[in-house]
Design a protein around this ligand. Structure first.
Ligand code: HEM
Length: 453
C-alpha cells in the first residue's frame, strides 16, 4: 500500500472566537472544524441564540437516524437555501407529506428496478470513455458530465447531447458556482430573524432549471396519457400511485422531485467519481487491480458480481470523501445526549465526514485501503459508515449510485491510465457536495490495446 495519505483539510485551532468561527464557516465547513472532532464522541456549540450538537457517538447516530427519526426532522433553517431550486421536494419535507412522497419514489429504486437502469448506465459509461481525450484533464468536470448523462438517460431516456439536457447541465453548473455553500444558513449560528440571502444569480439559475424541467415533465405527462412513454424512472414515478392514498404526483409536484433527482443524483455521484479517480491516480497498484478486473466487463447485469474490487474502491472513495459531508436535523423536543440536556430546536449534526475518519472507529482512518472492505475489516462500517445516511430517510438512490460508480470506474480504467499532475494536490472543500477547491487535475493516457469505447 502506498504511504501517500489522501488530502484532508487542515483543521482549525481547537479554540477560536465566535467571529473567528463564523469567518471559518464562510470559507469552508470542513476546515472550520477542530481536529478533536476526529476523536470525540460529541461536541457542543452554544451561543446565546443557537445550540448545536455534533454527534459521533454511534448510539446517538442510531437514535437520530434509525430509532426516532420523526423526533429529529429537517428544519427550515437547513433546507431554506435549497428551496428556490427544490420547492417541496422529498429532500426538504417532513411528516405526512414526506411519507407520501417516499411511498411513490421508493418503488422506482427497489432492487429489481435498479437492474433495469443497467443498460442506460452502461451506455453512459461507454459515452464517457468515447468523450475522454488523452492529456491533462479536470476530473470533476468529466465526472459531472458523465453523472449528468446517467441521470438524463435513466430518468428521461435522453443522452446528455440532447439540447434540453445540455441546457439543464449548464444551468446546474452555473447554479453550483453561484449557490452558497450547502447549509451555510443552517450551520451558521445566527438567530432565526437574521435575513438570509438567496443571491440573485442563484435564484435566476434555479428558475431557469425549473423551467426546463417543467417542459420535460409536461411532455412526459402527455406521452404517458397517449400511451407512448418509455419505461424509465420518470414514467415509473409519474404512474405509481401512493399505496395509502391512491394519489399520483401531479406535473407540478413532479417538477420538485425531478429537481432533487438531478441535484442529489448528479452532484453526489460526480463528486464521488472525481475523488475515486484521484485516489486511483495516486495509488497506481490499486488502479492496475481495477484495470485487471475490468477486463471482464460485458454488457449484462451479472457482470457486477465480478467487479468486487472496483466496488470496494468506490466504497472507500465514499468513505474518505463522502459527497454529503454532514446531515443536519433539529431536536423536536427535549433530549438528553451523553448526559447533557438538549433543548427543543437545538441543531443536531451527524457528520459522515468525521465518522468516516474517526480515530476510535477505524484503523488508519486517513489511508486509502479498499481491501479494508473484505472480511473482518467491514465491522467498523456498521457504526461509522453512512455515505447514504441511514434509517427511513436513507438515500433512495444508494443502490443505483453504487452500480453507477462501479461501472463508470471500470469502464474508464479499462480504457485509460490516470496519473496525478505534480504540484496539484486537490484540497477538499464543501460546496453543494465535497469538491476540490481548484478542481482535480489528472494526466490521462490510453492503455495499449484499449481501443476506446
Ligand atoms: C454517490 C452518490 C450519492 C450519495 C453519496 C448520496 C447521498 C445521500 C445522502 C447522505 C442523503 C441524505 C441527506 C440528508 O438526510 O440530509 C441523500 C438523500 C437523497 N438522495 Fe442521495 N446520494 C447519492 C446518489 C443519489 C441518486 C443517484 C439519487 C437519485 C437518482 C439520489 C436521490 C436522493 C433523494 C431523493 C434523497 C432525499 C431522501 C429523503 O430525504 O427522504 N441520491 N442522498
Amino acid at each position: 500500500m502506498s504511504p501517500v495519505l489522501p488530502p484532508k483539510p487542515e483543521p482549525r485551532a481547537d479554540k477560536v472566537s465566535l467571529l473567528g468561527h463564523l469567518r471559518a464557516f464562510r470559507r469552508d465547513i470542513l476546515s472550520a472544524q477542530p481536529a478533536r472532532l476526529y476523536r470525540a464522541w460529541m461536541a457542543e456549540f452554544r451561543t446565546p441564540f443557537f445550540e448545536s450538537y455534533l454527534c459521533n457517538d454511534p448510539a446517538l447516530v442510531r437514535r437520530v437516524l434509525d430509532e426516532r427519526p420523526a423526533d429529529f426532522p429537517k428544519s427550515d433553517r437547513v433546507t431554506e437555501g435549497l428551496r428556490p431550486l427544490l420547492g417541496r421536494s422529498v429532500f426538504v419535507t417532513n411528516g405526512e407529506e414526506w411519507l407520501h412522497q417516499r411511498r411513490i419514489i421508493d418503488p422506482a429504486f427497489e432492487g429489481g428496478r435498479v437492474k433495469e437502469a443497467f443498460p442506460a448506465i452502461w451506455a453512459a459509461s461507454e459515452a464517457a470513455v468515447a468523450r475522454m481525450e488523452p492529456g491533462k484533464v479536470e476530473a470533476e468536470f468529466i465526472a459531472s458530465h458523465a453523472a449528468a448523462d446517467v441521470i438524463f438517460r435513466t430518468l428521461f431516456s435522453i443522452p446528455i447531447e440532447d439540447a434540453v439536457a445540455q441546457a439543464v447541465f449548464h444551468e446546474f453548473r452555473a447554479y453550483q458556482r453561484s449557490a452558497p455553500i450547502l447549509n451555510l444558513g443552517a450551520f451558521l449560528p445566527l438567530p432565526r430573524w437574521f435575513p438570509r440571502l438567496h443571491r440573485g444569480a442563484t435564484k435566476r439559475s434555479a428558475k431557469a432549471i425549473r423551467g426546463l424541467i417543467r417542459g420535460l415533465t409536461a411532455a412526459r405527462a402527455e406521452a404517458i396519457a397517449e400511451g407512448r412513454a418509455p419505461q424509465d424512472l420518470a414514467t415509473k414515478i409519474m404512474t405509481t400511485p401512493d399505496p395509502v392514498t391512491g394519489e399520483t404526483f401531479g406535473t407540478a409536484e413532479m417538477v420538485d422531485q425531478v429537481a432533487i433527482f438531478f441535484l442529489a443524483g448528479h452532484e453526489t455521484s460526480a463528486s464521488a467519481l472525481g475523488w475515486a479517480l484521484y485516489l486511483l491516480a495516486t495509488h497506481p497498484e490499486v488502479q492496475e487491480r481495477v484495470a485487471a478486473e475490468a477486463g471482464a466487463l460485458r454488457p449484462e447485469f451479472g457482470v457486477v458480481g465480478s467487479l468486487r474490487f472496483t466496488r470496494d474502491v468506490f466504497r472507500e472513495a465514499l468513505r474518505l470523501y463522502p459527497p454529503v459531508p454532514m446531515l443536519v436535523r433539529e431536536a423536536a423536543g427535549p433530549e438528553e445526549f451523553r448526559g447533557r440536556a438538549v433543548k427543543p430546536g437545538a441543531q443536531v449534526v451527524i457528520s459522515p465526514w468525521h465518522l468516516h475518519r474517526h480515530e476510535r472507529l477505524w484503523e488508519r482512518p486517513d489511508a486509502f485501503d479498499p481491501d479494508r472492505w473484505v472480511g473482518e475489516g467491514r465491522e467498523a462500517a456498521r457504526e461509522g459508515y453512512l455515505p447514504f445516511s441511514r434509517g427511513p430517510r436513507v438515500c433512495p438512490g444508494a443502490g443505483f449510485a453504487m452500480l453507477e460508480g462501479t461501472l463508470m470506474l471500470a469502464h474508464l480504467v479499462r480504457a485509460f491510465r490516470f496519473q496525478a499532475v505534480e504540484g496539484r494536490v486537490p484540497v477538499p472543500v464543501a460546496h453543494l457536495t465535497v469538491r476540490a477547491r481548484d478542481g482535480i487535475w489528472l494526466r490521462v493516457e490510453r492503455r495499449s490495446g484499449a481501443g476506446g469505447a
